[in-house]
Design a protein. Structure first.
Length: 422
């Protein structure tokens, strides 16, 4: 598995070896395999929404192959990316975990297994196992660490999806850009958690009369007092103190609670960092239709991530002889079908103009093609007849202004009234 090289120490810029996130299905992430930064980040609900939304939407789109501008069907690479990349994983899950790794760690790695010149299988490798290095000749390669040891992988045999980068080699992490916003949100939620855990009562001041306590005694008294009087089970109960204690509840401005509860700045910052429309986070936007929201999401957000994948797949999977004629493209037609009536209306227009055949029309709406190939010929506006009949009809048609010859009577004598051709 893979090609081995002699490893030499050189001064190159490489990624850190921190154990960051090995992605699995969203409902079964093994936390023991996750680095602390990624684990702490995924506890933020807005970040969870962002990375799972993008990972899911990328994974559910099929990747197709174009050859000379025309979609090619039943290609081996298309099957590997969308259906079965290897014996242990399906295509949806491969794209899902690679995209989630790319968003959280900056890199989404796919190891290419080849048999001769053909791509045989595709495997995901977690970011923490991969290090970019440079050999004595100045060429890059990847060093992969696993339970069996170290393996060197050729640069062209490792797909590296990097949504954000400054030099095309090393990745930038979105988590670094939104760290302060995530901390703000964490502190805000922590404040409300403690507030409601205390039955809606904020902090107070407990005084001991005629006594002087050391630090240890004060801490013990505070903890015991909190344990006895705070929490949901003690909400609304009567507070009983003896003459040695005096309790004063600290007041908090209600407007401050309102500001904290309505603060959406961290959520907006996370959405902005990933270029996700705010509507995807449950924020309603005025004068915006579902069609506009999806077009905005597809064009200004998802389109950029799709292009990142397409460019890397073209770079690593398209050979030199095909680089001018072959390319990878995501099939985003599912977004056009959200507004079904508008989608069918567009198909009808394309059918009438001859842009698509009846069989292609039926395929787009989920029906079988016509029998005997009658739907394989485009149809046009002229009574919706097929193209070959339309050409024949135009040749036969006689114009009143310009007497065009009729192919069936050309070369025959012109008849006068009462004459017959013998």
């Amino acid at each position: 598995m893979g090609i081995f090289y002699e490893t030499r120490n050189t001064n190159v810029s490489t990624q850190s070896g921190e154990a960051i996130f090995s992605a699995f299905p969203s409902h079964s992430i093994p936390l023991n395999l996750m680095g602390y930064d990624a684990y702490k980040a995924l506890r933020n609900s807005d970040l969870w929404t962002a990375v799972t939304l993008l990972s899911r939407d990328i994974a559910k789109l099929d990747i197709k192959i174009k050859e000379n501008g025309v979609y090619k069907y039943k290609d081996r690479l298309e099957f590997l990316l969308n259906k079965t990349p290897n014996p242990f994983m399906n295509g949806y899950m491969l794209k899902y975990i690679v995209m989630m790794n790319a968003l959280l760690t900056g890199h989404g790695y796919i190891k290419i297994e080849r048999k001769g010149s053909q791509v045989a299988e595709l495997y995901h490798i977690s970011t923490s196992q991969v290090t970019l290095k440079e050999n004595a000749k100045g060429k890059f390669y990847y060093e992969v660490n696993n339970n069996k040891g170290t393996m060197d992988v050729d640069y062209k045999d490792m797909i590296d999806v990097k949504p954000f980068t400054l030099d095309g080699i090393n990745a930038l992490k979105v988590l670094d850009a939104i760290e302060e916003d995530m901390n703000t949100q964490r502190f805000t939620k922590s404040f409300f958690t403690k507030f409601f855990a205390n039955g809606g009562q904020n902090s107070g001041l407990l005084k001991v009369k005629d006594g002087k306590l050391n630090q240890k005694a004060r801490n013990k008294l505070r903890d015991e007092f909190t344990k006895a009087n705070a929490g949901e089970n003690n909400t609304g109960k009567v507070l009983v103190l003896d003459s040695t204690l005096e309790y004063k509840q600290l007041e908090i401005d209600s407007s401050l609670l309102d500001v904290i509860s309505k603060n959406q700045t961290p959520t907006k910052a996370i959405a902005k960092a990933f270029q996700i429309p705010l509507s995807k986070f449950g924020m309603e936007l005025s004068n915006t239709s579902l069609k506009d929201v999806n077009n905005d999401y597809l064009t200004n957000c998802l389109g950029g991530y799709m292009k990142t994948w397409e460019a890397e797949l073209d770079f690593k999977l398209v050979g030199d002889k095909d680089q001018y004629v072959k390319e990878f493209k995501f099939d985003s037609s599912s977004y056009r079908k959200i507004d079904w009536d508008k989608f069918v209306e567009t198909l009808n227009t394309q059918l009438e103009k001859g842009a698509i055949t009846p069989d292609e029309y039926r395929s787009d709406i989920g029906r079988e093609p016509f029998d005997n190939g009658v739907g394989a010929v485009p149809r046009f506006d002229l009574n919706h007849i097929s193209a070959d009949i339309a050409d024949d009809y135009q040749l036969r048609k006689t114009s009143t202004n310009n007497q065009a010859p009729n192919p069936d009577t050309e070369g025959q004598p012109t008849l006068k009234g009462g004459e017959n051709i013998e």
